[in-house]
Design a protein around this ligand. Structure first.
Ligand SMILES: Cc1cc2nc3c(=O)[nH]c(=O)nc-3n(C[C@H](O)[C@H](O)[C@H](O)COP(=O)(O)O)c2cc1C
Length: 335
């Protein structure tokens, strides 16, 4: 028998597959099914400050249309926040009662002062760790990149003061200087970094001239961005790394471990292939380890990180110059 256990955010996980934040981690029933199918931990669906603000705006709009005095409606701001946080803390409480795997709460806030109130309430509710889903749109023309980057550090510092839970930070790759930024973030005392979040992306309906949603789910080919950056950052950071985006099967899981990930987070593959996919991924990993003679993940974790590679430049190659320049490969677009 091989040992699949791993350390993540100071917790011992029975294996490296975490159900990432999504609609599948938003109910106790589904979380129980994820545990039954082998998930080692779950990250709850994020609580979104923005969503709560929108709900309040809707109440205000309706009240305005009915001619009410809006001063009375400050109460609703408070009430809507309370109701949403109550729902979320109940989910944490009930999940903790019904499953034995760690429950990682997830917060997405847009105004920095709210992070603190949310974070400490989730800690009180019994979450095992906290994932901060942080993203400031690079199309915000009002703030410089320095201002946006500074906000990450300010928020981390404030949350660290407010809670004693291990904190993971889930980020995007929209930074002007990604490698050094990831390294700096890892030096803040956070316990882990999740590379990377994937966002809702727009598409166009060219008949109706409307913006519509594009692929909500990732494809297996989306693995390459997180794989490259886990491999580059492994051994260069002062915290755990979890890989997210494009991990759809056991081979992708093995690749991320070889790159240096402590754990992977899966979402899209659970929607497209079902929760049973987790068991299949673990079986692939187990068989592969047995075949290679590995007894535990530490026997091979990071074996293919850039730091351990005999060809570190391969991880930084960005242009196709040689790939389609010679006769070896057939150009997919010969025109
Ligand atoms: C339907 C859906 C809902 C999601 N909701 C959240 C969320 O609330 N918070 C979050 O941090 N990530 C959310 N994500 C992103 C996933 O956690 C994950 O980072 C992303 O989908 C990439 O991983 P994947 O390729 O395994 O899907 C969501 C993804 C999907 C598909």
């Amino acid at each position: 028998m091989v040992d699949l256990s791993t350390e993540y955010l100071g917790m011992k996980l029975k294996n490296p597959v975490i159900a990432g934040s999504s609609g599948l981690t938003n109910s106790v029933k589904s979380i129980k099914e994820l545990e039954e199918n082998g998930a080692a931990a779950v990250v709850l669906k994020s609580i979104f400050e923005e969503e709560i603000a929108f709900e309040y705006e809707d109440v205000l709009k309706e009240a305005e249309s009915k001619g009410y005095n809006l001063d009375q409606f400050d109460y609703y701001d408070y009430k809507i926040k309370e109701d949403n946080i109550d729902k979320y803390t109940t989910l944490i409480n009930e999940s903790k009662k019904n499953v034995s795997i760690p429950i990682i709460a997830s917060v997405n806030c847009v105004y920095s002062h709210e992070w603190l109130a949310f974070a400490s309430q989730l800690e009180k509710a019994g979450a095992d760790a906290l994932e901060l889903n942080m993203f400031f749109l690079p199309s915000d023309f009002e703030r410089t990149s320095e201002e946006k980057e500074k906000a990450y550090f300010q928020i981390i510092e404030q949350v660290q003061k407010a809670v004693s839970l291990p904190i993971a930070l889930k980020i995007s790759y929209y930074f002007s200087n990604l490698g050094p930024m990831i390294q700096k973030l890892s030096n803040t005392g956070i316990a882990g970094l999740v590379l990377f979040n994937r966002f809702f992306s727009p598409d166009f309906d060219i008949d109706k001239f409307e913006v519509k949603s594009s692929n909500v789910f990732s494809a297996p080919s989306d693995l390459s961005i997180s794989l490259r950056w886990i491999a580059i950052m492994s051994e260069r950071v002062n915290c755990n790394l979890a890989a997210s985006t494009g991990v759809h099967d056991g081979e992708a899981l093995i690749k991320q471990l070889l790159a240096g990930a402590n754990a992977v987070q899966v979402a899209s593959t659970l929607y497209t292939n079902g929760k049973g996919r987790i068991g299949e991924m673990l079986k692939t990993l187990e068989d592969w380890m047995a075949g290679k003679g590995y007894g535990s993940l530490s026997d091979f974790r990071g074996k293919m990180s850039q730091a351990k590679s005999s060809n570190p430049a391969a991880y930084e190659r960005a242009q196709f110059m040689k790939y389609f320049g010679g006769k070896k490969q057939k150009d997919p677009d010969p025109a």
